[in-house]
Write a protein that binds this ligand. Structure first.
Ligand SMILES: Cc1cc2nc3c(=O)[nH]c(=O)nc-3n(C[C@H](O)[C@H](O)[C@H](O)COP(=O)(O)OP(=O)(O)OC[C@H]3O[C@@H](n4cnc5c(N)ncnc54)[C@H](O)[C@@H]3O)c2cc1C
Length: 570
């Protein structure tokens, strides 16, 4: 058994930032991460991070209040406005802190950080480092975590929370390098495991984004909030769904249909290609569905040619490389074939704006959490911001919690031992089971159901059929087995355990989507195509039921107060 004051699960931007905050207050902090922090999905972020710095020539009048308004409207008024204000107000300080810590942002001639226009934003407020912003931010925080002396356990797969009398007291982790499970006890645990994009087959996300952290909290009794809101990014590469950043449109890229038309004129005449993602994704899908894809094919074009080689090479070099290597198209010469693709999980573990979950001892930050600042649709550039702002706030709240703990009573060793044994027994039982079902096939089946039944456009009959299919996959997943139960790098075991998490997360998404009989942000129903504030201006909460396949749903009010809900026009 290993003990630390604080355990952070996940070494992406949010986990690193939480760890640094707790560590520099003098706590003993450890990060457990399935991959080296520098390989977290945060590093794949391209386009940028929002803050109302007002550096852009067209952005001098920008303020954090305007950023808050754009975020609230972009989220179709489902975001909690107090949390949104905290995020947009903190944003400016956070960017300068990252700057001072050495993040190599792109700059104007006078040295100030450059900003580009991004979707749904009234001003160009997206700060960036070429098209590698996530990579730069992530490596800056990895360096800082080394500097502050955060203890790192790399290639640890966390599979379960240790809970004693309703209080989180640690985690159980599989040591991928040495093999075998270990109990890690702590006074405070922060889950920072990122999104669950891989529950969809057509995702821009890393393979590791399976929603494991969400499932751990959910199975321990913490509700998942607003899981029906899944973001589809308008421009994933047609073949692989690898992301072509919104920054490409921020730099002036066009979206074209098979008739060569800039079709956004019909859907968002003012904002055009830079309308919020839900609107641009629906537009692209409509063009495809109505037969105006390119040469009758199910994709549209992202055209950057008019930007010229110099701008593409300076501002979008990574995008060009990805398009060449994964689609065989050089954007300097040809338009890029793109399709709407699953991109982001607006929902997640229910937290307040200090990252605290309803369970004492447990916090969550980053994409796995739902604070909620993104509401029903996240604006591009706000997720990187969320990870750092709420990573820091979670770390600070952990520090306050620890100060209030009288005598720091150690976690209960018997509970930790029992949780460890339960995990080992579970894996043994999977090994003993003959396994009539194949975990890999079930995972693919599930990911095709989410893609085909819970996509950009949704309706009752399709979703109800999809929900039935997910319940069937869950029932059959009880009959999977393990070929090997021991040893190092047992990826077969990890993927089999992931399957259970992914199905639970998918069921929360599906149940919430069927239940919400309105259209709001990214959740668009052809059978209820209007927003319905009278009945649905509320958060969905999904609670785990050990004896039933799907969740119990409940609701929670949205924090309003500053911006009155109005019609969303762009
Ligand atoms: C291709 C792409 C481009 C994007 N571009 C932008 C952008 O330009 N601007 C923007 O604002 N947002 C962008 N986003 C969204 C944003 O990057 C993510 O939401 C954000 O980086 C998530 O950070 P995180 O800290 O929550 O998690 P991640 O960075 O995903 O890190 C998760 C961590 O958890 C660990 N982990 C996961 N499961 C376990 C487990 N069971 N046990 C132990 N460890 C575990 C992993 O090892 C990893 O370290 C983009 C997303 C993608 C996919």
């Amino acid at each position: 058994m290993i003990h630390h004051d604080v355990i952070i699960v996940g070494g992406g931007l949010s986990g690193l930032r939480a760890a640094i905050e707790a560590k520099r207050a003098g706590l003993d902090v450890a990060i457990l991460s399935q991959v080296h922090p520098g390989r977290s999905h945060s590093g794949a972020a391209q386009g940028g991070i929002n803050a109302a710095l007002g550096n852009h020539p067209d952005g001098h009048d920008d303020t954090w209040e305007k950023h808050a308004f754009d975020t609230t409207k972009g989220g179709d008024y489902l975001g909690d406005q107090d949390a949104i204000m905290k995020m947009t107000q903190d944003a400016i300080r956070v960017i300068y802190e990252m700057d001072h810590w050495g993040c190599p942002f792109s700059r104007y001639e006078d040295g100030r950080i450059t900003q580009r226009p991004f979707g749904g934003a009234g001003f160009p407020r997206c700060c960036y480092g070429a098209d590698k912003t996530g990579h730069y931010l992530l490596h800056t925080l990895v360096e800082q975590s080394y500097k502050f002396g955060v203890k790192l356990y790399v290639e640890q797969y966390v599979s379960k929370l240790i809970v004693h009398d309703g209080v989180c007291q640690g985690v159980i982790a599989y040591d991928m390098i040495r093999g075998g499970f270990e109990a890690f006890t702590a006074h405070a645990v922060v889950i920072a495991t990122g999104g669950s994009g891989r529950i969809y087959e057509n995702s821009t996300n890393a393979l590791i984004n399976t929603g494991g952290g969400m499932a751990m909290a959910y199975q321990a009794g913490v509700p998942l909030k607003d899981m029906e809101f899944i973001q589809f990014h308008p421009t994933g590469l047609f073949t692989t769904k690898i992301l072509m950043t919104e920054g490409a449109r921020g730099e002036g890229g066009y979206l074209l249909n098979g008739l060569g038309e800039r079709y956004m004129e019909k859907y968002a005449p003012k904002f055009m290609e830079l309308a919020p993602r839900d609107i641009v994704a629906r537009a692209g899908q409509t063009e495809i569905n109505e037969g105006r894809g390119i040469n009758g094919m199910p994709y549209v074009h992202l055209d950057l040619r008019h930007l010229g080689a110099e701008k593409i090479l300076e501002r979008l070099p990574g995008i060009r490389d990805l398009a060449i290597h994964f689609e065989g198209v050089d954007p300097i010469e040809e338009p890029i074939p793109v399709v709407p693709s699953q991109h982001y999980t607006m929902g997640g573990i229910d937290t307040n704006y200090d990252g605290a979950t309803p369970m004492p001892g447990l916090w969550a930050a980053g994409e796995c959490a739902c604070v909620s600042v993104h509401g029903a649709n996240r604006l591009g550039g706000n997720s990187l911001l969320e990870t750092i702002v709420f990573g820091r706030r979670s770390g600070a709240d952990v520090v306050r919690y620890m100060e209030g703990l009288s005598g720091k009573r150690p976690p209960n060793p018997r509970t930790a031992d029992a949780a460890l044994r339960a995990m080992e027994d579970k894996v043994d039982a999977l090994h003993r089971a003959k396994g009539t079902e194949d975990a890999y096939k079930l995972r693919t089946e599930m990911a095709l159901v989410t893609r085909d039944y819970f996509g950009v456009f949704r309706d009752e009959a399709t979703m109800a059929a999809g929900l039935e299919k997910l319940l069937d996959v869950k029932a059959r997943s009880k009959n999977v087995g393990l070929r090997v139960s021991t040893g190092a790098f047992n990826l077969d075991m990890i993927r089999t355990l992931d399957l259970e998490s992914m199905i639970d997360v998918a069921l929360c998404m599906a149940a919430g989507a069927v239940n919400r009989t309105e259209s709001r942000g990214a959740h668009f129903r052809t059978d209820h195509n209007k927003r319905d504030d009278a009945n649905w201006l509320k958060h969905t909460l999904a609670f785990y039921r050990p004896d039933e396949a799907g969740p119990r749903l409940d609701f929670k009010p949205v924090t309003l107060g500053t911006f009155e809900p109005q019609e969303r026009v762009y």
